[in-house]
Ligand binder design. Sequence first.
Ligand SMILES: Nc1ncnc2c1ncn2[C@@H]1O[C@H](COP(=O)(O)OP(=O)(O)OP(=O)(O)O)[C@@H](O)[C@H]1O
Length: 218
Amino acid sequence: MTQVTSTNSSLLHAEQLSSIRGGRVLFENLNFSVSVGQLWQVSGPNGAGKSSLLRILTGLLEPSSGAVYFNGQPRNQNWSEFCQQLLFIGHKAAVKGELSALENFHWQQQLSSVKNVDAWELLEKLGLLGLEDELTARLSAGQQRRVALTRLWATKASLWILDEPFTALDVQGIALLQQRLVEHLRAGGTIIFTSHQSLTLSDLTPEKLILEYQGESL
Ligand SMILES: Nc1ncnc2c1ncn2[C@@H]1O[C@H](COP(=O)(O)OP(=O)(O)OP(=O)(O)O)[C@@H](O)[C@H]1O
């Protein structure tokens, strides 16, 4: 497992993080620091604990031990600011199947409080024009992913945590997402993502955190 030393200036710092799930140690005493403007890729084999780690970083899952710091303070003491700065998209498409693409976008837009995005332009950019009234549950996996990714164009959050964001996307969708990630980084944003593919965004090479599969059960 790659470990990186802590710095006080980090945006997000993981201190001695351990996770035990399903009677198996996924990772132990994991330390790393993510600075503002960095791109981090978490990789490793199926079941290594990548999604679990991302969920711990977002606060959706408690670590078995250790702590997460945000802007130099325990994240829980900084919770409101952390939530304002965070955009998390999990590995499931995270869309409401009973709503249309357009309704999903409006619903997300309400949550993000970003109002100045033209929904029609965005749907066109994401290749969803003509499908806007279709129930999202009836769209293909890649189209559902595109609906979920509309959030990346309508957010003020600076810290993006994305679990397998490229899943199900076609070549054009991957290029569009890569372009959006580069824009966010160039604007000073920070991204932590998981992917099984090695990735270079423009001239930006991600910092790597590699989890190994710990096969032994407790
Ligand atoms: N809800 C759960 N309850 C109990 N154990 C779980 C749960 N979800 C995951 N696990 C355990 O955690 C392990 C790691 O799962 P996780 O989804 O974090 O791996 P991953 O590295 O993201 O895998 P993949 O590459 O397949 O997405 C699983 O193998 C399973 O043993």
